[in-house]
Design a protein around this ligand. Structure first.
Ligand code: PAF
Length: 281
């Protein structure tokens, strides 16, 4: 596996593969890889002959400097996992490679970035689209793979790619879960044992909503059921519950007339976890 740190290195590897007629997939990550990331890598390997995984803890998507400082990192372990999975290149840029000195340019989806999770994390999605646009321009993949777990992020990236005419496809992979339903996340390792057990309430609340999503059911009824389920877990502090159109992320109300994306976030001992489900009546 190649280990690239600069734009020139990764571009030269990709150009070589392209010259041999290979398709190239990119899996952008912030490292501290788990089975959820490896599901993205596996899908990438089915879509393209060559797979590049970027590992970059993107400072511009963190509002709180402490959250950035505490973000878990384990480069040696990440690289061993990627090698084992048969990845062709790991791209580990330094911040100055992505954000050159005097950098001024941002990429932002003006509405979608500022609703739902974006309303409570100002600037977060602007940081995501800014880094992802740069990674796309640096690596130049044919396809890029993202998880459905970060549902709003996925839809924002799809919209950015469409609006800015990036010549690539976006592929989405369903959320990978622990046997008890907890969505895999790099943040899970920071939960206490009690909070880890409590966090399964997110999945239960979403499943409850799914079971109620029948023709004639209302968005308000789903919301009430989720709130009731969350309230049964005293360790959970509900931070966000949005039921929105699955592509535009416009808030929904009244009777369910088609698929709806439910985006849920809650804090457990100060750790913010998110989960999502698209339900169809
Ligand atoms: O989902 C993530 O890990 C990050 O938001 C991403 C897409 C790698 C951008 O930094």
């Amino acid at each position: 596996m190649l280990r690239c740190e600069t734009t020139a290195e990764v571009r030269s590897a990709v150009a070589g593969w392209r010259a041999q007629g290979a398709r190239v997939a990119l899996v952008p990550t912030m490292g501290y890889l788990h089975a959820g990331h490896m599901a993205l890598v596996e899908r990438a390997g089915k879509l393209a002959e060559r797979v590049v995984v970027s590992i970059f803890v993107n400072p511009t998507q963190f509002g709180d400097p402490d959250d950035l400082a505490r973000y878990p990192r384990d480069e040696a372990r990440d690289l061993a996992m990627l090698r084992e999975a048969g990845v062709d290149a790991a791209f580990l840029p330094a911040p100055a490679e992505i954000y050159p000195d005097g950098d001024e340019t941002i990429v932002e989806t003006t509405r979608m970035a500022n609703v739902l999770h974006g309303a409570v994390r100002p600037g977060h999605f602007r940081g995501v689209t800014t880094v992802v646009a740069r990674l796309f321009n640096i690596v130049g993949p044919d396809v890029a793979v993202f998880g459905e777990k970060d549902y709003q992020q996925l839809q924002i990236i799809r919209r950015m790619v469409r609006d800015l005419h990036f010549p690539l496809e976006i592929e989405a992979v369903p959320t990978v879960r622990e046997p008890d339903g907890l969505a895999l996340s790099s943040r899970n390792v920071r939960l206490s044992a009690e909070d880890r057990a409590a966090a399964t309430v997110l999945h239960r609340a979403l499943e409850r909503a799914e079971s109620l999503a029948r023709p004639g059911a209302t968005v308000e009824a789903l919301r009430g059921a989720i709130e009731a389920e969350m309230a049964r877990e005293p360790r959970a502090i509900l931070r966000g519950l949005d039921i929105a159109h699955p592509l535009t992320l416009e808030p929904l109300s009244g009777p369910l007339e088609g698929p709806a994306a439910i985006m849920l976030s809650a804090e457990f001992g100060g750790i913010l976890l998110i989960d999502q489900k698209v339900v169809t009546p």
